[in-house]
Design a protein around this ligand. Structure first.
Ligand code: ZN
Length: 403
């Protein structure tokens, strides 16, 4: 192991290494952000151009630089490479340096630095996937929970206890069975954090779904809605994949209108969905398309076109992914930290959500009331990660007058 002097030297001169490591991991995150929501392996195949499938050589994989040297175009098919790739790499690199600086300033042990870097990766990935797909995949949140627990068990010193939770956890541990080593207290703090932050946020989400859960739209004049096994298309909008419409197993899309065209793989499967002049009520959910009490599985549907007068779409104010992300933060930051991050992210989310909502309304577009919350949680969590001591002392000692 390194002694204190060596660690100090390492911290003083390691900015470049932190930057390079961050950029490389940012490059890997780009792969995860693209592949994990699409259920693709993150290992095989290796990096390739999404257009022409040409495998990238090592120098076309150099973070940030490759994009600049290739002038934002694939070397083979000349298709454009999004500027988002180098930006993500640069962002992760900068955040790695920021965590590094914080670690040096506050004399974090090395494992705490790794935990901080890991959190940066999870938060950046979650933010971008949430913006792209409006989901936070379990793969990210569950990995976060496992790493938080493993870190707390292997290196209890990485789990920063604040005074209130430390005293509370110690009290509980004493009543429990008299063992109150650092490791037990840290694990208790972690469990309390997960339950409190995940639980509170789950309540938010449940209340939100009850109040805002269904979005009923009258379509005047009637709009053409196309249902296929893979997606739903409303009027001239882009087709949306079912998984991005139906958020939970209980969600469903309801349509009232006339069937204009219907094509089934098995023509006998559902006479009620035949084209006709009568208005029908059609319900589409995970099970398939239902009209008049008969459900046709999605796999048996070719195409159904409805001239719809009314549509009811599921609406999720706060997704379960957000709840799980909060549980992860509770695991890393403990109950007090998680509550502070919750308040911070709600404040940021409220202001930003209101701003976006107003802009949308001013442009004459409908706002469905949903916001993707992951980015705000991530921003709040990153601020807390980098300014934890200042925030805690402000909230606990000055504001709540404890201490
Ligand atoms: Zn290409």
């Amino acid at each position: 192991m390194l002694d204190q002097v060596q660690i100090e030297l390492l911290y003083r001169h390691g900015h470049y290494a932190a930057f390079v490591l961050g950029a490389c991991l940012g490059s890997f995150l780009n792969v995860c952000i693209w592949r994990i929501p699409n259920n693709m392996s993150i290992i095989t195949p290796g990096s390739h151009c999404p257009k022409c499938s040409h495998a990238l050589s090592w120098h076309e994989n150099i973070p940030i630089l490759a994009w600049l040297l290739l002038r934002a175009r694939c070397r083979w098919c000349k298709s454009r490479i999004s500027v988002r790739y180098p930006l993500v790499e640069a962002l992760v690199a900068i955040l790695f340096v920021a965590v590094w600086q914080r670690a040096a300033e506050f004399g974090w042990p090395l494992p705490s630095l790794f935990v901080g870097w890991f959190l940066v990766c999870i938060l950046v990935a979650v933010t971008l996937v949430d913006c792209d797909h409006r989901i936070i995949p379990n793969k990210f949140t569950y990995t976060g929970l496992v790493i938080a627990l493993a870190a707390a068990l292997i290196w209890p010193q990485t789990h920063a206890l604040d005074r209130i939770t430390a005293e509370f956890a110690q009290m509980v541990a004493r009543c429990w069975d008299g063992i109150y080593g650092r490791r037990q207290i840290v694990v208790l703090d972690l469990v309390l954090g997960v339950i409190l932050s995940g639980g509170v946020f789950w309540l938010f989400s449940a209340v939100g779904h009850v109040i805002l859960g269904r979005d009923r739209q009258q379509l005047e004049p009637p709009a053409t809605v196309v249902l296929t096994p893979d997606n739903l298309q409303i009027a001239a909008a882009e087709p949306t994949a079912w998984k991005d419409v139906l958020y939970t197993d209980a969600d469903r899309v309801e349509l009232i209108g006339k069937v204009v065209a219907a094509d089934f793989k098995d023509p006998e499967s559902d006479p009620t969905l035949a084209p006709g002049e009568d208005e029908v009520r059609i319900v589409a959910d995970d099970m398939g398309i239902n009209a008049g009490g008969v459900t046709v599985p999605m796999t048996a549907v070719g195409l159904v076109v409805v001239e719809a007068r009314q549509i009811v779409l599921p609406r999720l104010a706060i997704g379960l992914g957000d709840v799980k992300l909060f549980a992860v933060l509770g695991a890393f930051f403990g109950p007090a930290g998680a509550v502070i991050v919750l308040v911070m992210s709600c404040s940021i989310g409220f202001v930003a959500g209101l701003g976006f909502g107003i802009v949308r309304l001013l442009r004459g577009r409908r706002w469905d009331g949903s916001i993707c919350f992951g980015p705000y949680i991530s921003v709040a969590a990153l601020i807390y990660l980098l300014r934890r001591d200042e925030i805690l002392s402000f909230v606990l000692w000055h504001w709540l007058r404890l201490g």
